[in-house]
Design a protein around this ligand. Structure first.
Ligand SMILES: [Zn+2]
Length: 325
């Protein structure tokens, strides 16, 4: 394959990205291979026995004292269920209402989805599903973001495996843009944007990592990071909150394999895992879809990215998929 750089269009966000394989010879920042996180001071607030350190426990799975997975309110919330008037005057400001929870993934301080037992993995995904469903049912919540940050480079401050759910009463620019594009595509083409993209990728083959009857793992055509990988459900549309237990079990296996493979091949231990979800009001719309987006984290954006808004990759998704297969 040629090393020629290409501009590539991402239909999910209507944005251009640059794939420049020639830049792979720029010396790599080897600190991306270093430890995931320095140990934070003090006892881990997510370990059993330190329950007093966390704020309110919202839900436990199972509900008994020997919980395996649990949701707690975020001690440092971005938004609040209380209506706190903003302290600023002038311009446009209103109380940052919403709900912000942490999902603690197991009682063990170490580990990650690939090292969890299948049973724990399923329970973790059930936890995300059930808390997402609860937030979707709350009054006034417009969008729910579900994500896991692993490693300092991905913005994490705690090594204990966990993820977050953030329900906001306003829509973020990206969330609103993605939904507007998805809806417009569906009205125009008579099928969802994800169906169109998936059909094109299955046809092209070269960016497919693996595929079974339920899930397709692929490297997106216009990636925002090296080795970015999507896990796309073949048929399940709408919101992640509608998944059945058996579907979560199969997804857990695919997700664990994908994370293990991507971190190994990319040499980057830190990553963000994002649940790409429709807005709450649209979760039953024919245009609605969800998928999981795994983004390995190396260096942050530099001058090119910050000044142009064009993300820059040095590993083409075709080459990434080939080495991940
Ligand atoms: Zn811990």
């Amino acid at each position: 394959m040629s090393d020629a750089a290409s501009y590539r269009h991402d239909p999910m966000e209507d944005s251009w990205r640059v794939v420049a394989p020639g830049r792979a010879s720029v010396p790599m920042d080897t600190s991306a291979r270093g430890p995931l996180l320095p140990a934070p001071p003090g006892p881990c607030p997510f370990c059993p026995g330190n329950e007093g350190e966390t704020t309110e426990i919202v839900a436990q799975f199972p509900t008994s004292a020997d919980w395996r997975v649990r949701a707690v309110t975020n001690r440092y919330p971005v938004v609040s269920t209380e209506v706190v008037p903003p302290t600023t005057t002038g311009g446009h400001a209103r109380p940052a209402t919403g709900v912000h929870e942490i999902l603690v993934e197991g009682r063990e301080h170490e580990g990650d989805l690939p090292t969890f037992s299948p049973e724990l993995r399923k329970m973790v995904l059930q936890g995300y599903r059930d808390r997402l469903a609860a937030m979707e049912a709350m009054d006034g919540i417009r969008h729910v973001s579900v994500f896991r940050n692993r490693g300092r480079r991905a913005g994490s401050s705690q090594p204990h495996p966990h993820g977050q759910l953030l329900g906001t009463t306003v829509g973020g620019r990206l969330q609103e843009r993605r939904w507007a594009l998805a809806r417009a595509h569906s009205r125009r083409e008579g099928r969802s944007l994800l169906d169109t993209v998936l059909a094109r990728e299955i046809d092209a083959e070269e960016r497919i990592v693996s595929a079974d009857e339920d899930f397709v793992v692929l490297c997106p055509f216009a990636p925002q990071a090296n080795y970015q990988t999507w896990i796309v459900p073949r048929l399940l549309r709408g919101s992640f909150s509608a998944l059945a237990d058996e579907e979560l079990e199969r997804l857990g296996e695919v997700l664990a394999k994908t994370i293990a493979r991507v971190t190994e091949v990319s040499g980057r231990q830190a990553y963000n895992l994002l649940w790409r979800l429709p807005p709450v009001r649209a979760k039953n719309d024919a245009a609605a879809f969800w998928y999981l987006d795994l983004i390995p984290r190396g260096g942050g954006p530099a001058g090119v990215e910050l000044s142009t808004g064009l993300s820059l990759c040095s590993v083409s998704p075709e080459a990434a998929a080939e080495s991940l297969r």
